[in-house]
Design a protein around this ligand. Structure first.
Ligand code: AMP
Length: 393
């Protein structure tokens, strides 16, 4: 993907407005419970410090509904960020000229939660112009916010020269490796609870992939559409025609669809519930399909062997409940093994996927795991992302 990168920008003596994602999870007592997003912002900030730029950091935190809410102040990030950067970090509630003038080259300042103004989520041009008036360049480093047309993450980039930060660059380079210019054959694994949340994604994928494996609760809708008995399983029967249409389009586009050929059923949606493995039409009465069976996993592995690129979203079964995590764990481990051996480029992301792959112990060996949720899914849907469009040449 062709886009403007940090290395293309003249930074010395410039004031850079940098959109980061400090929307980190916190415990009840306010401590950061997972600092992945904070750490992701560090390389770009350090590069700006080294180049002698003034850095002004913009981020949202939580959902304050357009009004200041002390519980959602970004002030908490200052200490942990200063520790990570090993340098002082300033904070201001409002971006003003005197505040920016005070800032010296190499210094870093955090602005209060951008969502304290409703104009942010409205994508207000006026707010974007106000922010832009206080800087020379805009650096977008929050892929996870790139699907929103908000003032501080997209609109501002229509006003100032916009560049991708280093975290953003890494995301874009890796995801384009999987769908834009992938090494063929390209295989997708899509799982998760429902078809209804992933219709656009499936429609886009069948037009781009060579093989698409569908698992999880959503596979039940496809099995039902094909006339199989899914008993008491999670199944969106009203989406039968949608499922058939997706399969028809896949055939037209020469995308091979892999559906479960055997399943694991239980009468209770609970960990360690009494369960059995059976063929597709052997589910009866109160049986719920909660995982794919061993033959299905074997077919998935065979398909992975034939692929050069893999893109994965969603678990293949109710992975939070043992033993219904088995097919997700086995398939993820196999993808990780092929990746480690240099035989497969594997990219995953969106929603529960990161948790599922971490649970499988496979996350570290995947080529790339996006921490973005909605943005990754919209990218898989083939939609243009406003925060990415502003970076294109
Ligand atoms: P999603 O957010 O759409 O990726 O869905 C993830 C959720 O789907 C997880 O909480 C899984 O437990 C759930 N899930 C996966 N397979 C099944 C299944 N066969 N029946 C019910 N829930 C499932």
């Amino acid at each position: 993907m062709d886009f403007r990168r940090l290395e293309d920008a003249k930074l010395k003596g410039k004031t850079a407005l940098v959109r980061v994602d400090f929307n980190v999870p916190r415990t009840k007592d306010g401590a950061i419970s997972d600092d992945t997003r904070l750490q992701a912002a560090v390389p770009t900030i350090k590069a700006l410090q080294k180049a002698g730029a003034k850095t002004i950091l913009l981020s949202h935190y939580g959902r304050p509904k357009g009004v200041p809410d002390p519980a959602l102040s970004l002030r908490f990030i200052v200490g942990p960020l200063a520790n990570a950067l090993e340098s002082e970090v300033l904070f201001t509630e409002k971006l003003t000229e005197p505040v920016v003038e005070m800032l010296k080259d190499g210094e870093v300042m955090v602005i209060e939660n951008t969502r304290f103004a409703k104009a942010e989520t409205d994508g207000s041009r006026e707010m974007a112009e106000y922010l832009a008036a206080h800087g020379d360049i805009f650096i977008m480093d929050a892929f996870s916010a790139a699907h929103r047309n908000h003032a501080s993450s997209a609109v501002i980039g229509e006003i100032l020269p916009a560049y991708a930060g280093l975290a953003m660059e890494r995301e874009l380079d890796h995801i384009s490796q999987a769908l834009e210019k992938p090494k063929a054959p390209v295989m997708g694994v899509v799982g998760g609870a429902k078809v209804s949340t992933k219709i656009d994604l499936l429609k886009n994928l069948v037009s781009k992939l060579d093989i698409l494996a569908i698992g999880g609760g959503m596979a039940n809708t496809f099995l039902y559409a094909q006339g199989h008995n899914v008993a008491a399983s999670l199944c969106e029967k009203d989406l039968k025609d949608t499922a058939l249409e997706i399969m028809k389009n896949a055939k037209k586009a020469k995308c091979k669809i892999l559906l479960p050929v055997d399943v694991v059923v239980a009468k209770e949606f609970a960990a360690n519930a009494k369960h059995r493995q059976c063929g597709l039409d052997d589910a009866k009465g109160k049986d719920m399909i909660l995982d794919c069976g061993t033959e299905t996993v074997r077919q998935l592995m065979d398909a992975m062997d034939s692929a050069k690129t893999l893109i994965w979203n969603g678990p293949l079964g109710a992975f939070e409940l043992t033993p219904f995590d088995t097919s997700t764990v086995e398939a993820a481990k196999y993808a990780a093994k092929l990746t480690k051996a240099g035989k497969l480029v594997s990219v995953a992301g969106g929603g529960d996927t990161v948790a599922a792959l971490k649970h499988a112990g496979a996350a570290d060996d995947f080529t790339f795991i996006s921490t973005a949720g909605g943005a990754f899914l919209e990218w898989m849907e083939g939609k243009p992302l406003p925060g990415v469009e502003i970076l294109k040449k």
